[in-house]
Design a protein around this ligand. Structure first.
Ligand SMILES: [Zn+2]
Ligand SMILES: [Zn+2]
Ligand SMILES: [Zn+2]
Length: 157
């Protein structure tokens, strides 16, 4: 028994397919279980914001991992006089954006959004005053104590 993150009903009230749909993060392609509560909210907000009320569908850009994109439909005239036209679909990738510099964030930043407080690594590093070597070590620095330390520093700001 566990509660659905989307409709807040019990898992028994879902078909298996619906459950996966309701508890799958389209942004980082992971199950809700792999998120902290805060991170889940951040990812869902980013998707809703990025979708702008439109349709979304999975997208893979270059060598990046699969993510989600907003579907945009273009009306393209086929004949010169424009009597007939066809739809062209474009999927524009949705990103999480740094709350400070507004740049799109990478996988590491998206996965650690709760620890980083919605900042990209560059802004985060500037804020806590760490030098560049910190970047390489980052993913292993996820202990509870460490997170608390960062949070405290952020609150002070
Ligand atoms: Zn549900
Ligand atoms: Zn996610
Ligand atoms: Zn930034």
């Amino acid at each position: 028994m566990s509660m659905c993150k989307t409709c807040l009903k019990d898992s028994s009230k879902h078909s298996k397919k619906l459950w996966t749909l309701h508890n799958w993060c389209p942004l980082c392609q992971k199950n809700s279980k792999d998120h902290s509560e805060e991170l889940w909210q951040m990812h869902q907000r980013a998707v809703v914001k990025g979708a702008k009320g439109g349709k979304i569908r999975p997208v893979t850009v270059g060598l990046a991992r699969s993510s989600v994109g907003r579907v945009v439909e273009w009306n393209v005239p086929v004949s010169p006089k424009g009597q007939s036209s066809s739809y062209k679909l474009e999927v524009i990738p949705i990103h999480m954006h740094c709350v400070q510099c507004s740049l799109a964030m990478g996988d590491v930043e998206v996965d650690n959004g709760d620890v980083l407080g919605g900042l990209c690594l560059k802004c985060f590093r500037e804020m806590i005053g760490q030098e560049d070597s910190y970047y390489d070590k980052f993913p292993s620095y996820r202990s509870y104590e460490y997170c608390q330390k960062i949070r405290k520093r952020m609150e002070k700001k």
